[in-house]
Write a protein that binds this ligand. Structure first.
Ligand code: ATP
Length: 265
């Protein structure tokens, strides 16, 4: 494991171009972005600015048209699926649980697929993760259809952590949750970040989640990261998207949150 402050993700000169019928869509152009160990970095940007595509490129699920993506110093393209999954846990927006599998089977799935550990150990590891995300042992036998939205997120998080990855990617972690479940999930993420010394990159539109968790915010606009830094610094950046996102209708809330979370300097 690299020391605190060492680069976990290094992206340089990244361009993404999609060839569509009759036109080219340039999503990213010469984009640079890096994440150091221990940070919680939030990616924000308007619809279609390429946040999800960037997460998929970090995961190695998509290749950029040009540029370099490195994880812990190694090019993602060279890691292969197994290498990437040992380094990155991904929480998809809708949980993406297998409906025919129980909670425990869902959590165990990535480890079971490796076929390197006996069943009993896989089960035990899944049970540890189940409790780590605040669920009870008896929840392990439940089926996804019987879970609340907050529980689905917790199960998906336990599954993302099953391989003990140092890096966690979260796509809209609190979208669709009621305010209480959302607060509970943010508190859980904050304590796991601390206890497991995780590095976290998340995409979120939710200002509460953003201010409660982020040590840094990166803004995607004009096909690149136009500004990144501590929340207070990013809010002051002169750009129409930044202005609308933080200081438009929701600005009052952003200012309240800055007062509430003085660490967001
Ligand atoms: N495989 C693909 N082929 C063609 N176009 C694509 C492909 N994947 C993504 N796009 C386009 O790239 C752009 C960026 O998509 P992406 O999903 O990353 O945006 P986003 O920033 O996550 O947006 P949102 O906040 O609305 O989810 C969109 O215009 C999308 O339609």
């Amino acid at each position: 494991m690299p020391p605190a402050g060492a680069p976990m993700i290094e992206i340089s000169g990244l361009s993404t171009v999609f060839e569509l019928p009759g036109r080219r869509l340039t999503v990213h152009e010469n984009l640079d972005f890096s994440v150091q160990r221990g940070e919680v970095v939030s990616l924000v940007g308007g619809s279609g600015t390429g946040k999800t595509v960037l997460l998929r490129q970090i995961l190695g699920l998509e290749r950029p048209t040009a540029g370099d993506v490195r994880l812990l110093g190694q090019p993602v393209a060279e890691l292969g699926e197994r290498g990437a999954s040992a380094r990155i846990g991904m929480l998809f927006q809708h949980g993406a649980l297998f409906s025919a599998f129980s909670v425990l089977e869902n959590i165990a799935f990535p480890l079971r697929e490796l076929r390197t550990l006996p069943r009993s150990l896989v089960r035990e590891a899944a049970m540890v993760k189940l409790q780590m995300v605040g669920l009870r042992p008896e929840d392990g036998a439940k089926m996804p259809a019987d879970l609340s939205g907050g529980m689905i997120k917790r199960v998906a998080l336990a599954r993302a952590l099953i391989m003990d990855p140092p890096l966690l990617l979260l796509d809209e972690p609190t979208a669709g949750l009621d305010p209480d479940s959302s607060d509970g999930f943010v508190t859980l993420l904050r304590s796991l970040h601390r206890e497991l010394a995780l590095t976290v990159v998340m995409v979120t539109h939710d200002l509460d989640t953003l201010f409660e968790l982020s040590t840094r915010i990166a803004v995607l606009a004009d096909r690149r990261v136009i500004v990144d830094g501590p929340p207070r610094e990013v809010i002051a950046f002169q750009h129409p998207f930044v202005h609308d996102f933080f200081l438009g209708q929701r600005g009052q809330r952003a200012m309240e949150l800055l007062r509430e979370y003085p660490f967001a300097v």
